[in-house]
Design a protein around this ligand. Structure first.
Ligand code: FMN
Length: 180
């Protein structure tokens, strides 16, 4: 799949078929994640793969009961590793770079899943403390995204995007009226 096609055709999937995905597919997706860019190549992120039904159910409850978390074959929780980034970049590493490292990995995961014919969704609405407890995360590992992944049961229409002319600026920022 061409990269532009993958970027444009990828959609957030919130309904999944019950079919399980394979360990080989999971490995390919994680492989895509580790090749995402990171500040100073510190790769200040870790991945927790959730296959267990009970853990998915708890995660679902910690994320406003977004039902598709427990319907998905697996979930990947991407965590920012604050200490790994702070070691080199102090406060900017702890507060910003590790979050960006994790976010870049999330995007690669979404695109890789899509290119394998799978569906996924970036979930950011969850209770950090509850997720940390469920997954036994140590201090300094901050959950950034829950990503349910499975075979898609829907093909949503693309939601609108701002037009290029509304959000792009040449040489300096110019105030614009934006409409969707
Ligand atoms: C930081 C972030 C947090 C998000 N949190 C949620 C969420 O909690 N639940 C959800 O269903 N979608 C969530 N989304 C997905 C967005 O709703 C979705 O990307 C957006 O509506 C555009 O749709 P598309 O992904 O199909 O292009 C989140 C996306 C981002 C980037």
């Amino acid at each position: 799949m061409d990269v532009f096609e993958a970027i444009k055709d990828r959609r957030s999937i919130r309904h999944f078929k019950p079919n399980p995905i394979t360990d080989e597919q999971i490995e390919k997706i994680l492989e895509a994640a580790i090749w995402a860019p990171s500040a100073g190549n510190l790769q200040a992120r870790d991945y927790i793969v959730i296959k267990d039904h009970d853990t998915k159910k708890k995660l679902c409850e910690s994320a406003l009961n977004q039902h598709f978390i427990q319907e998905a074959s697996i979930n990947i929780v991407v965590c920012a590793n604050e200490e790994r980034s702070a070691w080199k970049y102090s406060g900017r590493g702890r507060e910003l770079y590790c979050i960006l490292d994790a976010a870049a990995a999330v995007q690669n995961i979404l695109l890789a899943a899509h290119s394998l014919g799978l569906g996924a969704c970036w979930i950011g609405a969850f209770n950090d403390g509850a997720v940390s407890k469920i997954l036994n995360l140590p201090r300094g590992l901050k959950p950034i995204a829950i990503i349910p992944i499975g075979y898609p049961e829907q093909k949503p229409n693309p939601p609108p995007r701002f037009s290029l002319k509304d959000v792009s600026h040449i040489n300096r920022y110019e105030a614009k009226r934006r409409t969707l």
